[in-house]
Design a protein around this ligand. Sequence first.
Ligand SMILES: Nc1ncnc2c1ncn2[C@@H]1O[C@H](COP(=O)(O)OP(=O)(O)O)[C@@H](O)[C@H]1O
Ligand SMILES: CC(=O)OP(=O)(O)O
Ligand SMILES: [Mg+2]
Length: 393
Amino acid sequence: MSTVLVLNSGSSSLKYQLVNPASGEALAVGLVEKIGEPVGVLTHEVGDDETTRELPIPDHGEALRLVLGLFDEVGPSLDEAGIVAVGHRVVHGGTAYSHPTVVDDDVEAGIAALAPLAPLHNPANATGIKVARELLDVPHVAVFDTAFFATLPEAAYTYAIDAAVAKAHQIRRYGFHGTSHEYVSQRVSEVLGRQDLRQIVLHLGNGASASAVASGVAVDTSMGLTPLEGLVMGTRSGDLDPAIVFHLRRVAGLDVDEIDNLLNKQSGLKGIAGRNDMREVRSAADDGDPAALLALAVYRHRLVKYVGAYAAVLGGLDVLTFTAGVGENSAPLRQEVVDALGFLGLAVDPEKNAVRSKEPRVISPDGHEGPLVMVVPTNEELAIARLSVAAIS
Ligand SMILES: Nc1ncnc2c1ncn2[C@@H]1O[C@H](COP(=O)(O)OP(=O)(O)O)[C@@H](O)[C@H]1O
Ligand SMILES: CC(=O)OP(=O)(O)O
Ligand SMILES: [Mg+2]
């Protein structure tokens, strides 16, 4: 057996999975949260056994040392599991990295140097890589969230600003969640047995993004220079008039870091309804909370706009697919969004929509003519494990 340890380092968290890329089996799944806070929390799951530790975890180095200690202590042993690589999720690859890349000192420095383009993500990714390379003597592979969108046409990735300024500062649409959009759109093609599909994928997690995919190639996506643009998210605003930034500076008196924090961490569902977790927003809305009802309405309105726009970009639509935490689990949201898109010929069968499953599935009515609606669970860790093995072989 060979396995890959997949690491996803966030600003204050480290998510990991030990995955068998051939079978797709996850041998261990874990999460270190609240890194740098007074009390950190480590959860390590092997099958049905869960081990939890609460202690101060000052930085990502200590987090990874603790995780490796648990693999020794409660298993599975990385050696016995035949670890062949560590796969790292890296959010921003800039224009330099558009394929999974085996990490050497230059690549490590290159990822760290992209921090200005992804200040919330790349510094943590770079630290995770540095520490993991010190502790684990196997090949390390960086898999970039931006890579799948390297194919975007110029008209889709160009912002209509001064061309010289854009070039000097690498300002363009990069797109994110690419590993998920690629994995999910490929699963759709496999399940339907067709490559020549016009697909829209809605990745709705804490971060959320939409993509338009034509015959397996990404042609548009909602996130931009950074993961702030596009859909309404848990704590991020998504699209807004750029002049709001000047207004916040000049009229509200916020400085740039405060505006950054406001739009990335205090906006989206949280900004409108005070909660970023979709389950809580839905339950407050069910209780009649006006702010939660409005947050849901704004979230849906943005989704409907993007699907309409991407159907136009694709010149028609064959499949609309929902994925990630909200997309996979919220049957009411899927129903509401598809109901608003009936004019495109989309429809959902309420019974199929209510089924909970880890399998990809069509939720349009049987015999439906017109574009299909699907739910396809994403698996970024498995995709990263497979891309990592491909990069070292
Ligand atoms: N049953 C559910 N109904 C609605 N939303 C759900 C459900 N389960 C999970 N979610 C939502 O999924 C989101 C997290 O998605 P996830 O893909 O795990 O996020 P990320 O990987 O970006 O942290 C949260 O907003 C959570 O409320
Ligand atoms: C790029 C991005 O938005 O990632 P996440 O959804 O994991 O925050
Ligand atoms: Mg996710």
